[in-house]
Design a protein around this ligand. Structure first.
Ligand code: DX5
Ligand code: ZN
Length: 213
C-alpha cells in the first residue's frame, strides 16, 4: 500500500498545529514540510522555528523538503527542530554525497529530490547512498499546480534502475497528486505520495488520504 504524506503548504497556516493533528488522525503516514527561501524557488514558506513549534502535535515522522540555496548551512537546524528526514535537491551545487553522509550520521533519513527538467542520470552515481528519492511531478514553489505527465517516464526509469541494481530506496512523488494521478504514479513505481491541495482543500481529510492510497 502507498504511504501518504500531506504537504502542509496547503494547510491553514493560522492553525498549523491543529492541521497536523487532523491529518494524523485522518491516517497520514508522515508529514511533508516544504521549506522555501525565495531564492531556490520564487516563494517563501517557513523555517525551523515553525517546525519546532508544531513538532509536538504528532508522533508521525516529519520530512523537511529543502527548496533553498544553502541546504549545507541549514539542514541541521531542521534536524534540531525535530525533522526525521531531510530532502536535498540534486540541482543545488553542493557535495551531495558528503551531505547525505552527514545527515545519515545525525540519525536522520537523507533523501534526494529531482526537478522535472533535470535528467534522472544526474542521480545515478548517488542512488546506492540514499534510502529515498523524491521525483518532483510539478516545478517546485507552489501548491495546487497540475501534474506534469512527462515525469511518469522518470519514475519508471528510476524504478528500473532500482530493480536493475538490486537497490531498495523508496520512490516518492510530489506535486499534482490526486485521485486521478495517484494510480499512474503507483503503476510507474512510486511508494510515497505527497499531496497538499488535494487533501487540504477538502473538509474530509480521511477520505482524500484513503482515495489516493
Ligand atoms: C511544491 C511542494 C509540494 C506542494 C504540493 O513545491 O514541494 O509539496 O505542496 O502541492 P500539491 O499537492 O497541491 O501539488
Ligand atoms: Zn514538497
Amino acid at each position: 500500500m502507498a504511504k501518504v504524506a500531506p504537504s502542509l503548504l496547503s494547510a491553514d497556516f493560522s492553525r498549523l498545529g491543529d492541521e497536523v493533528r487532523s491529518v494524523a488522525a485522518a491516517g497520514a503516514d508522515l508529514i511533508h514540510f516544504d521549506v522555501m527561501d525565495g531564492n531556490f524557488v520564487p516563494n517563501i514558506t517557513f523555517g525551523p522555528m515553525v517546525l519546532a513549534a508544531i513538532r509536538g502535535a504528532t508522533t508521525l515522522p516529519f520530512e523537511a523538503h529543502l527548496m533553498i540555496e544553502d541546504p549545507v548551512f541549514f539542514w541541521k537546524k531542521f534536524v534540531d527542530a525535530g525533522a526525521d528526514a531531510v530532502g536535498i535537491h540534486i540541482e543545488n551545487d553542493i557535495d551531495h554525497k558528503g551531505l547525505i553522509c552527514e545527515i545519515a550520521a545525525a540519525g536522520v533519513l537523507p533523501y534526494l529530490v529531482i526537478n522535472p527538467p533535470t535528467p534522472i542520470e544526474r542521480l545515478e552515481p548517488l542512488l546506492e547512498f540514499v534510502p529515498q528519492v523524491l521525483v518532483m511531478t510539478v516545478n517546485p514553489g507552489f501548491g495546487g499546480q497540475a501534474f506534469i505527465p512527462e515525469t511518469l517516464g522518470k519514475i519508471e526509469r528510476l524504478a528500473q534502475l532500482r530493480r536493475g541494481r538490486g537497490l531498495s530506496f523508496l520512490i516518492e512523488v510530489d506535486g499534482g497528486i490526486n485521485e486521478k494521478t495517484a494510480p499512474a504514479v503507483r503503476r510507474a513505481g512510486a511508494d510515497i505520495l505527497v499531496a497538499g491541495s488535494y487533501i487540504f482543500e477538502s473538509d474530509n481529510y480521511a477520505a482524500r488520504i484513503e482515495s489516493i492510497r
